[in-house]
Design a protein around this ligand. Structure first.
Ligand code: NDP
Length: 328
């Protein structure tokens, strides 16, 4: 028997409820590798899957947790043996498949990545899907060439934004952090931001075709009106890595002008179906380029029983930095 956060759905009312339960190993889904999970975390999608589902969960009862890190307990695949440290993000684990909010998980070997040297399982989940995606965004910006101006990070006090800020500053870039929470200024400066931009400065939709060139690159977790404005403020030839939609799914007020008059690039970043080689490269870069003392300042510890509340909080944008869930 092991502990798991189980979400059940009442078929009559359609309401879901989440509670920590003891379940038997025979209830684990099929898969080649059984992992003794050590840590998981809380992402926006987890908030949906702990709560009403957001159309992501296929079947109830469900164990959420879109990412986890732990130790291989049993493996039918030659690539993994008992004792190996592994990390998992994406592949719809925690949505369509049972996830990491449990002391055990069984998954396909293809979905796992060996933990790189220099990173332990707790640090891997302090990074989590949010931080992994932030690294993918930084790599995409590097591949397209960062320009001379500061790199803008939107939704900076959130998970993706906090890790992106720390990585970019650690690599020596000047970072401007957009936040709607002015009280987080000291936290963001501690991560390495040299400029704080108030959210309201970038949320008014304008019809201007272009604005003054300000940013040499951007990691955007927000979209909505903010992305529409930011595109018009990018330097000539600069790129925006679009990660998320915390401010809405549309790009409001967006015009074609930044693309055809300034050669601005909009780079889409997906972490879920990312190919294996690029996952290994990103985790390696995280171990090398993310200052671990800064990562520690982002961490809020939690246990399985804290998850129903944390799931509701992240949907309201109330979680700061990274939650690390010790499932044991
Ligand atoms: P968080 O909730 O931790 O952070 C989001 C941040 O966005 C908030 O902290 C807040 O930052 C800002 N924000 C929230 N609401 C608004 C709003 N209405 N207008 C402007 N800013 C807002 O989430 P994550 O960092 O974990 O994820 C960010 C986004 O990235 C989500 O949409 C998520 O679904 C997506 N995502 C996508 C992935 C991919 O593969 N592409 C992978 C992981 C996440 P502040 O308080 O500083 O203003």
């Amino acid at each position: 028997m092991f502990n798991a956060l189980v979400v059940e759905k009442d078929e009559e009312s359609g309401k879901t409820s989440a509670s920590v339960q003891q379940i038997g190993e025979d209830r684990l889904p099929e898969g080649e590798v059984t992992v003794a999970v050590e840590y998981s975390t809380v992402n926006y999608k987890d908030g949906l899957c702990i709560g009403p589902g957001g159309g992501l969960v296929r079947k109830y009862p469900h164990v959420p947790g879109i990412d986890f890190a732990g130790t291989v307990e049993a493996s039918d695949d030659d690539r993994y043996k008992p004792g190996d440290k592994v990390v998992l993000t994406g592949w719809r684990v925690g949505e369509a498949h049972w996830g990491g909010y449990a002391q055990k998980a069984r998954v396909k070997a293809d979905w796992l990545v060996p933990l790189p040297d220099g990173l332990d399982t707790r640090q891997a989940m302090a990074v989590g899907t949010a931080g992994f995606t932030a690294m993918l965004a930084v790599m995409a910006l590097e591949d397209h060439g960062l320009k001379s101006g500061p790199v803008l990070v939107t939704g900076a006090a959130g998970g993706v934004g906090s890790v992106a800020t720390a990585i970019l500053a650690g690599l020596g870039h000047e970072v401007a952090a957009v936040t709607g929470r002015p009280e987080q200024e000291n936290y963001l400066r501690g991560l390495g931001a040299s400029e704080i931009v108030a959210r309201e400065e970038l949320t008014e939709v304008t019809r201007k075709p272009l604005e003054s060139e300000r940013w040499g690159g951007c990691v955007d977790a927000v979209a909505g009106a903010m992305l529409g404005r930011v595109l018009k403020q990018m330097e000539y030839g600069a790129s925006v890595a679009a990660i998320g939609l915390a401010g809405g799914p549309a790009i409001e007020g967006a015009l074609i002008t930044p693309f055809i008059l300034r050669g601005v690039n909009l780079l889409g970043i997906d972490s879920v179906m990312q190919p294996y080689d690029s996952r290994v490269r990103a985790w390696g870069r995280i171990a090398e380029d993310l200052p671990m003392e800064k990562l520690e300042t982002m961490v809020q510890p939690a246990t399985l029983s804290d998850l129903p509340q944390l799931g509701a909080d992240i949907l309201k944008g109330r979680v700061k930095g990274r939650v690390v869930v010790d499932v044991n």
